[in-house]
Design a protein around this ligand. Structure first.
Ligand SMILES: Nc1ncnc2c1ncn2[C@@H]1O[C@H](COP(=O)(O)OP(=O)(O)O)[C@@H](O)[C@H]1O
Ligand SMILES: O=c1ccn([C@@H]2O[C@H](COP(=O)(O)O)[C@@H](O)[C@H]2O)c(=O)[nH]1
Length: 238
């Protein structure tokens, strides 16, 4: 039979786990540019079918660039794939607030102007936050806050081909400039900073292969089921 002290310790431990697991559920989705992170995040939001799911894109956290950096951007000599290009502290602080149930103002970034927009978006308290970005698992403070970590993996050719199409259509880029940027900055940064983040998934993380012809839906479906069960346990029905 357990002593009353052991029973009390177990009760305290259970309370601590509950407290740590309460609050909004944070899913962090990492992977190379054009691997399919945004697509994965939107499919998951659709599958969860709740107004209280918010996709927080790391793309909104590019820094304000200095005059010198703006000159480099114009010459296409700026490295947007280095962790230094992003205000990761700002992303971290915002996620801390969202995890504690606060409303936040999310910054906005323009890919065509390569600059922060003047406006921010007010986001109310959410039940589920999906944080997606090339370096979303780079900062260990964010890794530690994640309830679920996902790495979307695609081979280099697939990522480049998807990016060529997307950046021409949505980001005003030419094929030549996208190819040059890929070779000089995107792929080296993928190898140096992004691919190693797959090692941070841990036992409960999800590695999703998303090459040509592969389907994200089965992964999304099983993850949505897992999240629903977890949220039910937290007293939130989706
Ligand atoms: N499995 C897939 N099959 C076909 N196209 C895909 C697939 N996954 C992603 N894409 C397309 O590739 C492009 C890049 O995907 P996206 O989700 O925007 O990448 P990321 O957010 O990782 O940069 C988009 O046009 C998207 O529709
Ligand atoms: O002004 C900019 C800012 C970023 N980029 C590129 O964007 C990708 C990251 O976004 P994904 O949506 O994950 O593709 C990164 O590889 C940067 O190179 C840019 O070209 N211009």
């Amino acid at each position: 039979m357990q002593s009353s002290a052991a029973v009390a310790d177990a009760a305290i431990a259970a309370t601590t786990v509950t407290a740590a697991k309460s609050g909004p559920f944070l899913i962090v989705v990492c992977g190379g540019s054009a691997s399919g992170k945004t697509m994965f995040a939107h499919l998951l939001k659709t599958r969860l079918n709740s107004e209280r799911v918010f996709i927080l894109s790391m793309d909104h956290f590019y820094r304000n660039f200095t005059e010198e950096e703006k000159k480099e951007i114009l010459k296409e000599e700026f490295n947007f794939d280095s962790p230094d290009a992003l205000d990761i502290d700002c992303a971290h602080d915002l996620i801390v607030k969202m995890k504690s149930g606060e409303a936040v103002n999310v910054p906005s970034y323009s890919f065509t102007k390569h600059a922060r927009e003047a406006h921010t978006t007010l986001v109310p308290s959410m039940d589920i936050i999906i944080f997606e970005g090339i370096l979303s698992l780079h900062d260990d403070r964010i890794v530690d806050m994640a309830d679920k970590k996902v790495f979307v993996s695609a081979d280099e050719d697939t990522r480049l081909n998807r990016r060529l199409t997307r950046d021409a259509r949505e980001r005003g880029r030419t094929e030549e400039s996208t190819r040059a940027q890929h070779e000089k900055f995107v792929e080296p940064a993928y190898r140096a900073y992004i691919a190693p983040c797959a090692n941070k998934l841990g036992t409960n993380g999800l590695l999703v292969e998303n090459n040509e012809g592969q389907n994200l839906e089965p992964h999304v479906e099983s993850l949505a089921k897992e999240i629903r069960e977890e949220m039910k346990w937290r007293g939130v029905s989706l």
